[in-house]
Design a protein around this ligand. Sequence first.
Ligand code: HEM
Ligand SMILES: *[C@@H]1O[C@H](CO)[C@@H](O)[C@H](O)[C@H]1NC(C)=O
Ligand SMILES: *[C@@H]1O[C@H](CO)[C@@H](O)[C@H](O)[C@H]1NC(C)=O
Ligand SMILES: *[C@@H]1O[C@H](CO)[C@@H](O)[C@H](O)[C@H]1NC(C)=O
Ligand SMILES: CC(=O)N[C@H]1CO[C@H](CO)[C@@H](O)[C@@H]1O
Length: 330
Amino acid sequence: MATSRVSKHFLFQLIFLALIAFNRANGRSLTPDFYKHTCPNLVYTIKTVVDEVMSVAPTLGGPLMRMHFHDCFVRGCDGSVLLDTPNKTEKYAIPNLSIRGFQIIDKVKSAVEKVCPGIVSCADVLAAVARDVTVALNGPSWEVEFGRRDGRVSTVNEALANLLSPFANISTLKQGFQAKGLSVKDLVVLSGGHTVGTSHCAAFNNRLYNFTGKGIQNDDADPTLDYEYVPKLKSKCKFGDRNTLVEMDPGSFKTFDLSYFSLVAKRRGLFQSDAALLDDSETRAYVKLHALKDKAGFFKDFADSMIKMGRIGVLTGTQGEIRKVCTKVN
Ligand code: HEM
Ligand SMILES: *[C@@H]1O[C@H](CO)[C@@H](O)[C@H](O)[C@H]1NC(C)=O
Ligand SMILES: *[C@@H]1O[C@H](CO)[C@@H](O)[C@H](O)[C@H]1NC(C)=O
Ligand SMILES: *[C@@H]1O[C@H](CO)[C@@H](O)[C@H](O)[C@H]1NC(C)=O
Ligand SMILES: CC(=O)N[C@H]1CO[C@H](CO)[C@@H](O)[C@@H]1O
């Protein structure tokens, strides 16, 4: 009798723990209403600062959208990308070299602390900012889910292990997304974020000059790159140039639109990771369809995939903390 009651109790505990683990893993406990009572003006407060910034510095839209992606792919969306401790943190990782806009997050967080001190996590601020910059760039809107808490750890090695490289092939990209619970569709949809922003020449210089190692004098460009596009890119990025900034979606890099997909379809995607979307039947079909039309479809998909990305490995409940300052653990 007694043992069966004990084991029954134990079983319930197990189920309870399993449910918690499940919640944590897929962010079930996040909700748009999370701060409804504790910080009713949150969404408005964040949007006001973001709109102000975007009206004077629209090129910060790209890096701010990208920051949420980098946060979520390393240790889950826990604000760890923002930490700036004496340790070598994620900020120091090579793929991060180019993340800008940390001071904007500090500015937003200060505004939020003024209206609701100690309530809102930096991870949630990042998620809201990513949505607000997307809207400011004429992209889709979505209802941001809240309730994330901030992590206390950030290390360079984890960032290097989890962030995907612009030199990655399609199987590595698919695996990288799958490891975070994201689908092949999420991969192609979220790559559409490259419709805005700029890149350093370092991320694709190899494709222009010395792709196989035959050397610059032998016209050694990546054969998957449109032959007529190569001289245009070469005029922007000289051999060995790593630092010049190039518009990823030339002509409309400040507008969130479908043109990323038409570039990729024309074999003018900037990175090998963009070109790789033509190497899988599902991602290729998506690129080809959206290169031509269906802006509404892409906008809806992007919103859905961003919400899904925002749930990766989140800390909730009593896990982690609510950081006072986004660059430091409390
Ligand atoms: C699929 C794997 C991805 C790879 C390999 C990748 C790689 C890169 C690289 C190398 C840059 C250029 C950074 C620089 O040199 O300044 C970049 C920029 C950017 N990425 Fe991605 N990215 C990926 C996915 C994403 C996702 C999921 C998003 C967001 C939804 C995103 C949004 C952006 C944006 C907005 C920029 C422009 C940043 C700026 O203007 O400074 N990327 N990405
Ligand atoms: C800094 O590094 C130490 C030792 O590796 C680690 O225990 C600590 O969690 C790290 N701090 C942060 C904020 O990542
Ligand atoms: C993709 O890249 C990975 C890692 O560099 C490599 O191991 C793999 O063989 C590549 N796959 C294909 C199909 O080229
Ligand atoms: C081209 O790449 C090969 C192999 O990586 C390298 O040995 C060679 O020095 C490079 N050529 C130039 C001109 O940089
Ligand atoms: C290796 C490297 O240059 N890392 C940089 C990453 O980003 C931070 C913050 O902008 C820089 O201070 C680091 O130098």
